[in-house]
Design a protein around this ligand. Sequence first.
Ligand code: ASP
Length: 423
Amino acid sequence: MKIFKFGGASVKDAKAVKNVATILKRYPGESIVVVVSAMGKTTNALEQLTNAFFYSSENAETILEGIKKYHFDIIEQLFPDRSHSIYNDINNTFVELDWAIEDDPTHGYDHEYDQIVSIGEIISTKIVSAYLNEEGISNKWQDARDFIQTDNTYREGKVDWELTQQLADKHLLPALSKTKGAVVVTQGFIGGTSENFTTTLGREGSDYTAAIIAYTMNAESVTIWKDVPGVLNADPKWFEKTQKLEQISYQDAIELAYYGATVIHPKTIKPLQNKKIPLFVKSFVHPADAGTVINEGQSPLPIPCFIFKMNQVLISISPKDFSFIVEENFSDIFKLFADSHIKINMMQNSAISFSLCIDNDRYKLPELIKTLQNHYRVLYNEQLELITIRYYDQATIDRVTINKKILLEVKSRYTVQLVVQND
Ligand code: ASP
């Protein structure tokens, strides 16, 4: 059995959905679980809808109308027969969303967010499933919330692996083992709690869903279909000349994802590594091309890999009385960061100061700095870049830091991280 994951870009319009069918037709007789994200930028639009609903900041109805129109435009192109049941089905799903935003919020922001934002995946999978059936790719639509069980950490649901395994055996396995060449279509990104609420697994979490399913089903492989030819050694947004990597070890893949390479969600690798399931990253434009495989191979990458993070803040924290910064200070500081859900991208300490590089979150950061200032002297620099190079050499460092001032540098054997400012 194979697991295929199609992200937002691969189902962003009618043409893209048709392409999903074309790709699946290349695998006749194979059992495949198709994991689908919300279409195009729907998750962003639903986030905006959640904000409008929760904070009454904008007109929620207008935003929802835009989301409906986008989906119905796609449906009309895929299903010219207006009496097709998909019209009713999607209408009913949107009615649930209408109801959800009609009354005032009853739960906290994160909880409401998950109930609303998850609808993007419910709708996209219904459309893709119905279209594949039309195309003769007979498949079963499966609600991921029936088998991916999480705790109630909304927006970052933690998977209950034991329960998920049991439920996947009960709900997912029968559909796949009944006939040869069975296809199941399910949602990425979402899970369910024991109280039957919906959770999400963190932004871009559909890759992780594919890995969870692969783990529970002991799949032979996972393929993530993307708009790039595979994993590149740098994001083409920042680099003119990028090179595709043929093969990456699990170890390198997890390091690259950890440092912020956006090509794969960081949580995806662990379940796959644990069961030695290979992960392919392939182009949905050129599906016959080899792409990149992430597997057990040990060899280091043949070329340096670059990860750029923009809009960074470098914070320097020191005790107010010139005393050493010691273990108790670290544990206080880390707790504050963990409680505010702020991820530290890089850190370094000296006798009296602790420096951290983080994303500039205009909501969370001012609050955090205020709290830190109660106990420490806090200095910070904004508008910085964080450059990470895995398999660096001095020539590469020199090349990427031309016209840049290095404020902080942390080197390990294979990786260098540089916080830089434009000169
Ligand atoms: N639709 C979700 C997002 O945009 C999950 C995903 O695409 O992986 O974050």
